[in-house]
Design a protein around this ligand. Structure first.
Ligand code: GRF
Length: 214
């Protein structure tokens, strides 16, 4: 049976688009039940509507606390019988109870080669540090931000005079490859989180043997 996912986003939604495209090309057996945003003007909502996917805007200002927002979010996910929640540029921090109740069923994509460059502004920080490599990581979400076990990474080269916008574009290209790939694995039950470690086909993996260069 197709894996039922929700995609959460706050902005452009190019990763959502990559997932929609992979589904439409029959490359992955995944159904996006709903796209949820905390911003009404997120371009990702338009992309979802164009693909006839249900959308919901949850307005943060309506909730008195993060916990209440996350409860509303949980209700929506439960109502749609979501098996995997996919963060794709969702700019809100999720509360510990929300994350803890969905361990192994909540993933994120982060624009760096984790554990390097957690947080924001990763591209400029990598350039400023004189890195020759940068990239993206898909990881399980755990209560500590950008800290959960990595499932798959892809790297790109930083060449002389790359600015952060150019680097961001390069990283986006690889993000659009690895996020659908991970969804494919999860839909086939090839990936599992156990004791804070990632298992692939029943064997524990580390970052080195699950990364590739594009
Ligand atoms: C991506 O770079 C992702 O790594 C980060 O947010 C960005 C979302 O981009 N978490 P888009 O909205 O999917 O284009």
């Amino acid at each position: 049976m197709s894996l039922a996912i929700a995609v959460l986003l706050s902005g452009n939604g190019s990763n959502l688009q990559a997932i929609i495209d992979a589904i439409q090309r029959n490359e992955i057996d995944v159904t996006i039940k709903i796209v949820i945003s905390d911003r009404l003007d997120a371009k990702g909502l338009e992309r979802a509507k164009k693909a006839n996917i249900a959308t919901t805007f949850i307005e943060p200002a309506k909730y008195q606390s993060r916990l209440q927002f996350d409860e509303a979010l949980s209700d929506i996910l439960d109502r749609h019988k979501i098996q995997l929640t996919v963060l794709a540029g969702f700019m809100r921090i999720l509360s510990d109870p929300f994350v803890s109740s969905r361990l192994g069923k909540l993933i994120n994509i982060h624009p760096s080669l984790l554990p390097k460059y957690k947080g924001l502004n990763t591209h400029q920080r990598a350039i400023d540090a004189g890195e020759t490599e940068h990239g993206a990581s898909v990881h399980f979400v755990t209560p500590k931000i950008d800290d959960g076990p990595v499932i798959l990474q892809a790297s790109v080269s930083i060449v002389k005079n790359d600015n952060s916008e150019q680097l961001k574009q390069k990283v986006h290209q690889v993000e659009h490859v690895i996020y659908p790939k991970v969804l494919d694995w999860i839909s086939k039950a090839r990936i599992e989180l156990k004791n804070n470690r990632v298992f692939f086909d029943g064997e524990v993996i580390d970052n080195e043997n699950r990364s590739f260069t594009v």
